[in-house]
Design a binder for this molecule. Sequence first.
Ligand code: CP3
Length: 357
Amino acid sequence: MTQSSSRLLLQVLQGKGTAPFNRPPIWMMRQAGRYLKEYREVRAEAGDFLTLCYTPEYAAEVTLQPIRRYNFDGSIIFADILVIPHAMGQKLWFVKGEGPKLEALENPAAIKELDKDIHEKLSPIYESLKKVRAGLPDETTLIGFCGAPWTVACYMLNGQGSKSWAEVRHHAYSDPRGLRAMLDVLVEKSADYLCHQIEAGADVVKVFDSWAGSVPPHLQDLLVIEPMVNITRKVKAQHPDVPVILFPRGVGHETLMKLAKTEGFDCLALDEQTDLQWAVENIAPHKAIQGNMDNAVLLTTPEVVRAEVTRILNIAGHLPNFIVNLGHGVLPPTPVENVAAFVETVQNWDTQKEKSA
Ligand code: CP3
């Protein structure tokens, strides 16, 4: 049996502090990816991105690569937020250099025509989780994930990535309840998917609302907060001890504050626009906080990286509930030595030393 009591990231998310490690845990969004040459090799061998996601041998290998290189405290399973619409029967493909493409739904109600049983198609991902757990050091926390309903609906309705999502936001204004009904279908599927990931070995789960910031402020309760929190409640009903991290990217301080005071989940992941000192004072008393170094810092030099991580640690490194991460995913041109500087600065931090200094 594995010793979950020795997992720094998990214990911090459970409110148990950092002792005996005496430093914050660290992992990176998109830590398995194109900045690693060993990823690019497996990616080339797999050919298609979805083949990589759905072949447990490949997916487990690329999940483990960044752990071998950097010994991150968290390992996030390699998959994509768009596997849910795909498993529901929507056509999905990836074009190199362009990202995801879906055959767009005509309107939010069209989700009812999809609504297939998702687990047969997603079972390779549960298999990958089992393989990863078997290959991970005991002390590494395994993270499962899904997309938040709003962000997944953006892709389902638009068919591809867009900066503004105007063609999706018009549904938010013309028929907010109709759009919400679509999100409610995704709440059910996503919660079910996360529960299966937990049963396959995930210690923690995270919900990515990467495009939450494009929801008009007066609709954020309806389209961002409630759907994400409803997923959480469904997961916790089955797995009360499994921590949940929410990532409402781009929403601003008002919505973060509302979320901080909402029961039922454990951690808020912060984007790089969130002032960390503000979050330490306002969010950390209610929830663990994760983030939020700008991913552009990793494009500079090891010296600049060390200085920036030290600035962040001086603000939040003393907390019992702070997790070091980026504000968004690591960028493909990132030099590997900059990631090493990032990780080592955190791994060498000692909260006891800071106290006595
Ligand atoms: O964090 C990890 O290491 C786990 C893997 C992971 C991927 N996608 C792999 C991936 C995770 C957590 C995601 C989530 C995801 N997928 C999000 C939410 C998080 C975020 O970054 O905002 C979103 C919006 C997607 C949808 C998606 N998938 C886009 C927009 C793209 C293209 C972007 C790009 O970098 O090309 C993808 C493809 C994708 N998903 C890649 C990876 C490593 C790149 C594919 C490749 O290797 O060609």
